[in-house]
Design a protein around this ligand. Structure first.
Ligand code: 26V
Length: 833
């Protein structure tokens, strides 16, 4: 079997030699090996290299790696300018990129650098990696998906730019105090970021219709005097695997114009005008941390417009710079909207084509629709964005005018096909009437783009048939599915070096860029020696995680237990509560029968709650409280342990997922659009316990039903049961359900805070258990019994786990991006000669 370059035995080589060895040295650069690194310490930091702190070493090494990629980054952009291929632009309010050093080193095929560095400098790369802040510019799945997508675009050599915002503060850092989530700011940019390149020369002016002030995240209109905000781009390299293509992630920072054009200034209000400067900068101050409700702050509205205005201005400049004619826009440009957050791109692009290019409505509208495409990421009605008409009026009057005209024409078409059907018109209108009028951003996105896709087969189907059936009837050809994927570079090659090396040994190195190759290892599930090697790799990952957790959080867990893991945003529909109740059922069983034969199990939870989502915070508190009691109870010692790990992040996921045995994917069927951690767990050899929801369905199809643990109501049954489902029935008729709930309600887990979990009683029994926890509980507990029985036979477990890894090929974001390129963007690779 061939050995992969990425997994090759480390050698003590510097970047220059490594580049030459890998045939990547065609781009000339000067300087000797050491100089790349040492000169950074001397010339950037002006220190004696031997005295460098780990942070200085991190910065110098990152700068050296950037030196290696800089010329190829320039070359990529020159190549695109020369060839003038179709460009893909990915607009997203979130890019949850995490750390970059290890990723860039690996994608540049510089992994042997680690050994060279350790040998010649006496410092481990692993240590320096910990110096880098985790760039948490996203809430969860949607933001991480954007990061995986741009990795795949670069790896597939597709000319692409990601556009986002450079928030001063990313997602909050989560602390737990007595089980309570406490949010702390995340000032990730306090020290210079070695990856970003500011491009003040390419700044963009964003005019807004009035002056405003910001109070508690809300924008208050001051008066109807227009003002300008500046958008300053900061570029980050997106290194394709192998380093042939280095695309750009361009993040915008809001700034004030150097020359004030505010009325106050000439009026002598120096103080007021300087204050206005600060408020312009507040537009990109902080990531909006609530992914559960769209009851947005108006500052968020301004952020969304700011992203759209800056990015489209930039896109159009690039398009014109290459000498293209307006009519060629859809042939040269594809713009993907990551959810409705950048849906203002519809009226903005139309405005550019009408007001700046001087085209007529019909042509401008046709070009707009053919250039834009929209991805939907949620079916939850409360997460659908609707912005008050009033906000548009004050800040973007021209855009509102265009939205009204788009709507007038669209409703005219619908009315012509369905005369007299007022209900239909009211449903599809871009404007929600009654009370304060609002613009429905999902309707705008569907009408103003040529493609609307969901992110897993079931989700796309529900979107079409249940959420927006009227639109599917008007535009059947626009609806399609693109099942999500994740990048195997970050989530397997980097996160799980032992398993990655084992797979490379087994199937060759091609899996890194063609995950379907893992299928060649499927037969090895029947090979006892391979299963043993798989278990050795899993144990190595567990040990690495255990050490890391102890060092970073001070939490000790036993690697010789089943790691049962649920990590994701805390949300009722994701049903962390179902998992918690299940744990209490097993706790009761163990207390009643101390000789019950179960394999020792560690149940790990992690995830952030939206700061204003009260019940989600109570769920965190409950899990922490259960952990405190269960972990201290001699009856369950060594058999059951529960931990809530604080501050879930990319970094935590990269450590924990490779160590996991069991992946909890237990959302109420019909509510999780796709899920992506389910895919990461699968490729790292965890077995899934899950409902038939989102991508779990496709995971089970690929893995084989016999290699996953599926349970619970289907989406159809959930919908069908809405009329008659009664949680009280389960409470009254299922003794174990009742006993577990009573323990929670009767303060067993919060003796010092009686009533702390009253809100849980209220939601489950008082308010009818909307997410149907109790309907699925008994089958879930029974399924977990099967899980534990299988785990007792480690070899039988390993066989299923190997099948899962070998059959995870579909869930590479390379496959997802390939399909977007083929079906939605009609874009292809542009490779170096
Ligand atoms: C929603 C909202 C709503 C209002 C404004 C702020 C805000 C910010 C983020 C979100 C995100 C909700 C959508 C989301 O993250 N969906 C997740 O997308 C994943 C990638 O497609 C998918 O795997 C998850 O199932 C889905 O929940």
């Amino acid at each position: 079997m061939g050995k992969a370059k990425p997994a090759a035995a480390p050698s003590a080589k510097g970047p220059l030699e490594i580049l030459q060895e890998y045939g990547c040295g065609s781009v000339p650069f000067s300087g000797a090996n050491d100089a790349l690194y040492e000169r950074r310490l001397v010339f950037d930091h002006v220190i004696e290299p031997a005295t460098a702190t780990p942070r200085e070493q991190f910065e110098a090494l990152s700068a050296a790696v950037r030196d290696v990629l800089a010329q190829r980054w320039v070359e990529t952009s020159r190549r695109h300018d020369t060839a003038n291929p179709k460009q893909v632009y990915y607009l997203s309010m979130e890019f949850l990129i995490g750390r970059s050093l290890a990723n860039n080193v690996a994608n540049l095929l510089l992994s042997p650098l680690g050994a060279w560095f350790e040998k010649s400098k006496g410092v481990s790369l692993a240590r320096l990696i910990e110096e880098e802040p985790d760039a948490g510019l996203g809430n969860g799945g949607l933001g991480r998906l954007a990061a995986c997508c741009i990795d795949s675009l670069a790896t597939l050599d597709v000319p692409a730019v990601g556009y986002g915002l450079r928030y001063d503060f990313g997602i909050f850092r989560q602390e737990l105090r007595d089980g309570n989530q406490v949010e702390q700011p995340d000032p990730w940019l306090t020290e210079p970021d070695p990856w970003e390149v500011a491009r003040p020369g390419e700044q963009v002016t964003v005019p807004v219709g009035c002056t405003f002030e910001v109070r508690h995240g809300d924008v208050r209109v001051k008066h109807a005097q227009p003002m300008n905000i500046l958008g300053v781009p900061y570029d980050r390299p997106v290194v394709g695997y192998g380093g042939r293509t280095i695309n750009t992630l361009r993040l915008w920072r809001a700034a004030s114009p150097n020359v004030f054009d505010f009325g106050e200034f000439s009026g002598g209000d120096f103080f007021g005008a300087v204050g206005d400067r600060v408020l312009a900068e507040s537009v990109t101050r902080v990531l909006y941390p609530d992914d559960s409700t769209a009851r947005g702050r108006s500052l968020r509205f301004l952020q969304e417009y700011f992203l759209v205005r800056c990015s489209l201005d930039d896109i159009v400049k690039r398009f014109r710079r290459r000498g293209n004619d307006w009519a060629a826009l859809p042939d040269k440009v594809a713009i993907q909207l990551n959810d409705t957050h950048p849906a203002m791109a519809v009226p903005e692009l139309l405005r550019i084509l009408l007001d700046e290019a001087g085209l007529g409505w019909d042509q401008a509208w046709d070009l707009t629709v053919r250039t834009l495409a929209y991805t939907n990421h949620t079916l939850l009605p409360e997460a659908l964005e609707k912005w008050p008409v009033e906000l548009f009026e004050a800040l973007l009057p021209r855009h509102l005018e265009l939205v009204y005209e788009i709507n007038r024409r669209f409703l005219g078409d619908v009315a012509a096909k369905h005369p007299g059907d007022e209900g239909r018109l009211a449903r599809v209108s871009l404007i929600e009437e009654g009370g304060a009028r609002k613009v429905r951003m999902a309707n705008l996105a569907i009408v103003g783009t040529h493609s609307t896709n969901g992110v897993a087969a079931i989700h796309s189907e529900l979107l079409r048939t249940a959420t927006v059936p009227d639109f599917a009837e008007v535009f059947p050809e626009r609806f399609n599915n693109k099942t999500n994927g994740v990048t195997p570079r970050r989530w397997l090659l980097l996160a799980n070096p032992d398993l990655a090396a084992l797979l490379t040994d087994a199937v060759g190195p091609e899996w890194v860029t063609n995950l379907a190759h893992l299928r060649k290892a499927d037969g090895l599930a029947d090979d006892p020696a391979f299963r043993a090697k798989f278990l050795v790799a899993k144990r190595a990952a567990k040990l690495r995680f255990v050490d890391w957790l102890k060092a970073t959080a001070g939490i000790a867990v036993d690697p010789d237990t089943l790691f049962d893991v649920q990590i994701k945003r805390i949300h009722e529909y994701k049903r962390q509560l179902l998992n918690a109740i299940q744990v209490v059922v097993w706790y009761n069983r163990l207390r009643a029968n101390p000789s019950l034969a179960v394999p020792p199990r560690t149940v790990l939870f992690a995830g952030k709650a939206a700061p204003a989502y009260h019940l989600a915070k109570v769920i965190i508190k409950l899990v922490a409280a259960i952990g405190k009691v269960v972990n201290a109870d001699p009856a369950t010692r060594g058999k059951l342990r529960v931990e809530f790990l604080p501050n879930y992040s990319c970094t935590l996921a990269e450590h924990l997922i490779p160590a996991a045995d069991l992946s909890e994917q237990i959302s109420t069927a019909g509510y999780e659009a796709s899920g992506t951690s389910n895919m990461k767990f699968m490729m790292n050899g965890a077995l899934t316990v899950g409902t038939r929801d989102g991508a779990n369905i496709e995971i089970a199809e690929e893995a084989g039903q016999e290699n996953v643990f599926m349970f619970g109501l289907t989406a159809d049954q959930v919908l069908g049961g809405r009329g008659w489902y009664n949680p009280q029935w389960h409470y009254e008729n299922e003794p174990e359900t009742r006993a577990a709930l009573n323990l929670i309600f009767d303060n067993h887990f919060c003796p010092d805070e009686p009533g702390a979990f009253e809100a849980i009683r209220e939601t489950l029994l008082g308010k009818g258990d909307y997410y149907m926890h109790l309907a699925d509980l008994t089958e879930y507990v029974e399924t977990q019994r099967g899980v534990m029985a299988l785990y007792a036979d480690r070899d039988a477990w390993a066989k299923k786990a190997v099948h899962n890894v070998a059959r995870s090929g579909k869930f590479s974001s390379d496959r997802t991006i390939f399909e977007y390129c083929r079906d939605v963007w009609r874009a292809g690779p542009c490779r170096p000669a």
